[in-house]
Design a protein around this ligand. Structure first.
Ligand SMILES: Cc1ncc(COP(=O)(O)O)c(C=O)c1O
Length: 386
């Protein structure tokens, strides 16, 4: 796999490249798209082959019989994460934002509180608010340059209206791989306060050695009866356009409620997404191993480049390809920072404030792009932060 190949994604309905001018005022012709969390790489060849076979057959009707797909999901969980889960626990949804929304609808009521450890992936708060639930922010603390959860502070904040915790594991942004002890502490918190735990593990295959991700049911078996696991092939293999994700629930009663919410939404699997995910899980492991080596190189180039700029502090990523940089020490306002990065350096990066409390002085840079673009980004930035 040649991850160095520059693939022109302009005019392909790529959100990252074809919407950057509209959202950031950065032209895709001269700018660098580093906002949306997808990769500028082709997926494993097995994914392309699966789509080619579909096109060659030429009839694209409703998808039926998910047994291959569910077996592939469970096979991946067992092989890569050591978790033996039964296929009947898996529901296929239209991506994990949809999976989050359906979980909110299935397990909470309007007005209920849903806890987020902020800054965190922005769609969580968007979905919670759009469903008339209340976002309860538990700001992460910075310890030795890494995020840690403040469960004591959170306990003091509780009002009794909270029903759910949504944990991002590994964490986006900031790239924390939560330790087993940290996962156990969140799980114990949920049990102690009668909260349902939604563990969004969409980034759990994108982990840098020596860090090791532990899936929540293995870290804290006691939580399995009140756990909703969100996983997907979409980030791992760069097939997010297929909008296919897995909601895995071992508790049969909870699963029944979730299935009812899927039914209420009138949702059924997307043929193209399921075909891609199945092929990726079945045959993509080698590609992923190569990708992780490449991303590690990108992370090093980025961190080294950022470190040369006074006032910029990259968080040390343990997982994800999302560089999270603090600009606070420049003394500039977030608006000034954004202006310099977008207008002067012509880089579209995600604004930290959109991730909630604690994100205001940060920008998030997607590093899953050919190395020459990461090098170009760290060439441009020093000029605008002299
Ligand atoms: C934590 C997290 N969950 C979910 C998603 C998006 O999921 P999907 O594309 O499957 O809706 C993202 C995308 O960046 C993410 O970072």
């Amino acid at each position: 796999m040649n991850f160095n190949e520059l693939i022109d994604r302009r005019h392909t309905h790529s959100e990252k490249w074809d919407s950057m001018e509209r959202f950031y005022g950065v032209s895709p012709d001269t700018g660098l798209a580093m906002w949306v969390a997808d990769m500028d790489f082709r997926p494993p060849s097995a994914v392309t082959a699966a789509l080619q076979a579909e096109v060659a057959h030429g009839v694209h009707g409703y998808f039926g019989d998910e047994s291959d797909h569910k077996a592939a999901v469970c096979g991946w969980m067992q092989a890569r994460h050591g978790w033996a889960v039964a296929p009947e626990c898996v529901s296929t949804v239209h991506g994990l934002v949809a999976g989050t929304a359906l979980s909110v609808q299935a397990f909470t009521e309007p007005g209920d509180g849903i806890i987020l450890f902020t800054p965190v992936y922005h769609a969580f708060a968007r979905v919670i608010k759009a469903n008339q639930r209340v976002v309860v922010e538990s700001p992460l603390l910075l310890r030795d340059g890494r995020y840690v959860m403040d469960l004591e502070g959170l306990a003091a904040q509780l009002t009794g209206r909270e029903k759910m915790v949504i944990l991002c594991s590994p964490h986006n942004p900031g790239g924390r791989v939560w330790s087993v002890a940290e996962l156990q502490a969140v799980a114990a918190f949920c049990l102690a306060h009668d909260l349902l735990l939604v563990s969004d593990e969409i980034h759990h295959d994108l982990v840098f050695a020596p860090h090791q991700h532990t899936v929540m049911p293995l870290a804290a078996p006691a939580i399995r009866e009140r756990l909703v696991m969100l996983t997907a092939a979409s980030k791992t293999f760069n097939i997010a356009g297929g909008l296919t994700g897995n909601v895995i629930i071992e508790n049969a009663a909870l699963r029944k409620r979730f299935t009812a919410a899927v039914m209420a939404a009138g949702s059924s699997p997307n043929r193209f997404g399921v075909l891609m995910a199945t092929a990726a899980y079945q045959q993509g492991a080698g590609w992923l191993d190569e990708l992780l080596v490449y991303l590690e190189g990108n992370r090093q180039v980025f961190d080294a480049g950022i470190a040369t700029i006074a006032g910029l502090e990259p968080m040390r990523l343990e997982a994800t390809y999302l560089g999270w940089v603090n600009f606070a020490a420049t003394g500039l306002s977030p608006l000034d920072v954004i202006g310099r990065v977008q207008r002067d350096a012509r880089i579209a990066a995600s604004h930290g404030a959109s991730f909630g409390t604690g994100g205001e002085s940060y920008l998030r840079f997607t590093l899953a792009t050919p190395r020459s673009r990461v090098e170009e980004a760290v060439r441009r930035l020093p000029a605008v932060f002299p």
